[in-house]
Design a protein. Structure first.
Lengths: 242, 223
C-alpha cells in the first residue's frame, strides 16, 4: 500500500524517475582561503556511504585547465560528472588554440549555470563546489551550492566548514598571508573539523594554486590530542555512565 | 516502513533589504551587502544592485541564484533592445520588461523581491516596486526584502506620500534634496540592521541623476 502511494506522489513515479533524490557516497567539508601568491584549499579524502566510511582515498580537489582548482563536497559521483563537463569545456577552449584560456571567474560562472540549470529541472547535482584560481595576477575564490547560490570571498567553506571553519577564518585571516601561515590556518580549521565533524577522516590533502600552476600535496594526517584529563576517568562524578 | 528522503528545496532565502527613493531629478537605490543562508552568513560583501540601463538600476533580495538569473535575463534583453532600437531602454520600459519576465515564470517563480529605480523620460526620479510574480506599481519610494517591514513604515512617516487615490493624481516624488534622501536611506538601514538579523555588514547606495551614476558605501553593524 505504502509503495503504491509513493508511486503516485507529487513528483511522479519514483521507480522510473532518474532524478537525484538523495546523495549516496558523500564527501565532507572543503575549506579554502586566499593568500599572498594565490589560493590554498584543503579537503579530506573520505567518501562516506551514510554512516559507513566506505572510501578513504577520494581526491576531492582537481586542477581545471591552467588557472583553476575545483574542490567539491557532497555526492562523489556528481563531482565526477562535473569533472567530465569541465573536461569538455577545457577541451573546446584549448581547441580554439587562440592563446586565450578560461580563467577561474569563467569556470565559476559556467559551474553556477550548470548547477542552477539542474536545480531548475528538479534534478540537482548534489554538490557544494569551491572554485579557486589565479590568472594574470588576479586571485579568485568562489563557491557554488547545489541550488546555484554563488558568491566569491577571501575565504570559503562548504558544509560543516561553514559552521566551524569560517568563524576561525573571519578572526584570523588577513590580506597577504604567507604560504606557511596560510597552511597553518587551514590546518587549524581542518583539525577542528576532524574533532567535531563525524564524517571527517584524518587523511587530507592541501592544494595550492598560484600563477605558476596547481600543486596538490600527497595525503597526510594531522596531529590530534586526546589526552584531556576528563577522558582518563570519564565516569568520575557520574558512576554507572559510560 | 517509509524510506527516509532527503528533502531539498529548490529555493533558499539569502536575505537582505533593498530601498529606493525617487526625487525631483534624482533617484537613490540602496541595498545591504550581506548574503546569508539560514543562520549562517555566507559573505559580507555581496552586491544586490545591478545597473540594467543608463537610467535604470535594479536592487533585488531573496534567493540569490534566481536574482542572478533574472539580472542576466534582463541584461541580455536590454542588449537586444539596444541592437534593435539603437538606444538605451527607459526606466518605465525596463519596469514593464521586469514585470513580464517575472510573470513568465508564474508557475515556478523567481524568488526575487525587486525594487527598480531610475529616471523617467522627463528626467524625474521613478521607483517601481514588485512582488515575486511581477505585479508592480510606480511609487515615490519603496523597500523590499527581509528588513522591508521595518523600513517601509519609517519611510511612510518621513516622506508623507499623498494618497494614490487622489484625483488629479499627485506626485509621490519626494521634495527632499539628494543629500537629504541619501541620509534618510542611511538612517533606514542603520535602524533595520539593529533588529533584522539578515540585514547588516555594509550598505551600498547608488545615486542616479542628470550627471550620471555615483556609488557610496557605509559600514553597518556586523552582528
Amino acid at each position: 500500500m505504502d509503495s503504491k502511494m509513493q508511486q503516485h506522489g507529487l513528483l511522479g513515479s519514483e521507480s522510473d524517475s532518474q532524478r537525484t533524490l538523495y546523495p549516496y557516497v558523500t564527501g565532507t567539508s572543503v575549506v579554502a582561503l586566499k593568500y599572498k601568491d594565490g589560493i590554498l584549499m584543503a579537503a579530506d579524502m573520505g567518501g562516506s556511504y551514510g554512516s559507513t566510511l566506505r572510501y578513504k582515498t577520494v581526491e576531492r580537489m582537481k586542477a581545471i585547465g591552467k588557472h583553476s582548482l575545483l574542490g567539491a563536497s557532497g555526492e562523489i559521483s556528481d563531482f565526477q560528472e562535473i569533472l567530465r563537463y569541465l573536461d569538455e569545456l577545457i577541451l573546446y577552449d584549448n581547441m580554439w588554440d587562440d592563446g586565450n584560456s578560461l580563467g577561474p571567474k569563467e569556470v565559476h560562472n559556467y559551474l553556477t549555470r550548470v548547477m542552477y540549470n539542474r536545480r531548475n529541472k528538479f534534478n540537482p547535482l548534489w554538490n557544494s563546489l569551491v572554485l579557486g584560481g589565479v590568472k594574470n595576477g588576479q586571485k579568485y575564490l568562489g563557491m557554488v551550492s547545489m541550488i546555484g547560490v554563488n558568491f566569491e570571498d577571501n575565504h570559503v567553506a562548504t558544509g560543516f566548514g561553514n559552521h566551524l571553519a569560517r568563524p576561525i577564518l573571519r578572526d584570523e585571516w588577513h590580506e597577504n598571508l604567507s604560504f606557511e601561515d596560510g597552511v597553518k590556518l587551514l590546518e587549524k580549521c581542518m583539525r577542528v573539523l576532524l574533532y567535531r565533524d563525524r564524517s571527517a577522516v584524518n587523511k587530507l590533502q592541501i592544494a595550492k594554486i598560484t600563477e605558476e600552476g596547481v600543486t596538490i600535496s600527497p595525503p597526510y594526517s594531522l596531529k590530534t590530542f586526546w589526552g584531556f584529563s576528563a577522558f582518563h576517568n570519564p565516569t568520575v562524578g557520574a558512576e554507572g555512565s559510560w | 516502513m517509509a524510506k527516509q528522503h532527503a528533502n531539498w528545496s529548490p529555493y533558499d532565502n539569502n536575505g537582505g533589504s533593498c530601498v529606493a527613493i525617487a526625487g525631483a531629478d534624482y533617484c537613490v537605490i540602496a541595498a545591504d551587502t550581506r548574503m546569508s543562508s539560514g543562520y549562517n552568513i555566507l559573505t559580507r560583501d555581496y552586491s544586490k544592485t545591478c545597473k540594467l540601463a543608463d537610467k535604470a538600476v535594479l536592487a533585488s533580495s531573496g534567493f540569490q541564484a534566481d536574482v542572478k538569473a533574472l539580472q542576466k535575463q534582463l541584461a541580455a534583453r536590454h542588449l537586444i533592445y539596444q541592437h534593435q532600437h539603437n538606444k538605451q531602454m527607459s526606466c518605465p520600459a525596463m519596469a514593464q520588461l521586469l514585470s513580464n519576465t517575472l510573470y513568465y515564470k508564474r508557475f515556478f517563480p523567481y524568488y526575487a523581491f525587486n525594487v527598480l529605480g531610475g529616471l523617467d523620460n522627463e528626467g524625474k526620479g521613478c521607483v517601481f516596486t514588485y512582488d515575486a510574480v511581477g505585479s508592480y506599481e510606480r511609487v515615490g519610494y519603496s523597500s523590499q526584502g527581509s528588513g522591508s517591514t521595518l523600513i517601509i513604515p519609517f519611510l511612510d512617516n518621513q516622506l508623507k506620500s499623498p494618497s494614490p487615490l487622489l484625483l488629479p493624481a499627485q506626485d509621490a516624488v519626494t521634495p527632499l534634496s539628494e543629500s537629504e534622501a541619501v541620509d534618510l536611506v542611511k538612517t533606514c538601514f542603520a535602524s533595520a540592521t539593529e533588529r533584522d538579523i539578515y540585514t547588516g555588514d555594509r550598505l551600498e547606495i547608488v545615486i542616479l541623476n542628470a550627471d550620471g551614476i555615483r556609488r557610496e558605501f557605509m559600514e553597518l553593524r556586523k552582528d
